[in-house]
Design a protein around this ligand. Structure first.
Ligand SMILES: [Zn+2]
Length: 130
């Protein structure tokens, strides 16, 4: 009705919507964006590098006693704040970066079953529930 502007805005929005969390997680894995920094190198966390051409910020995902993982991206931090306000609202904080680390762990568990990272993670998860 009011010309090209509306159409343009609509398609930009639609494109954004199409880029869902699952799609993003797949991209992170495909582009090999997930990198584990070993404890021996001062790490013990994952860096989720940005998807080339989509975004430009790298985020850090760490193990978290309460939620298993935490991320320093805006999405996770916002959801965490919501969770703190309403802990029973079934809104456990999560984001595509944490999702990508889960996916990475799944693959590495299959590919390198005896990797100490996995053993440590299992111990961590068991300890967190106790
Ligand atoms: Zn994140």
């Amino acid at each position: 009705m009011n010309g090209d502007n509306g159409v343009q805005l609509y398609s930009a929005h639609a494109r954004e919507l199409k880029f869902t969390q699952q799609h993003k997680i797949r991209k992170f894995i495909e582009q090999d964006c997930v990198q584990y920094v070993p404890v021996s190198e001062g790490g013990g966390y994952w860096i989720v590098h940005h998807i080339p051409g989509y975004n430009s910020t790298d985020y850090e995902v760490r193990q978290n006693r309460q939620f298993e993982f935490e991320c320093n991206c805006q999405g996770w931090v916002t959801k965490h704040r919501m969770y703190q306000r309403e802990p029973n609202g079934n809104n456990n904080p999560s984001c595509s970066h944490v999702g990508a680390v889960f996916e990475w762990l799944k693959r590495h568990n299959i590919e390198r079953k005896r990797e100490t990272v996995m053993i440590k993670l299992t111990e961590f998860c068991t300890g967190a529930r106790a």
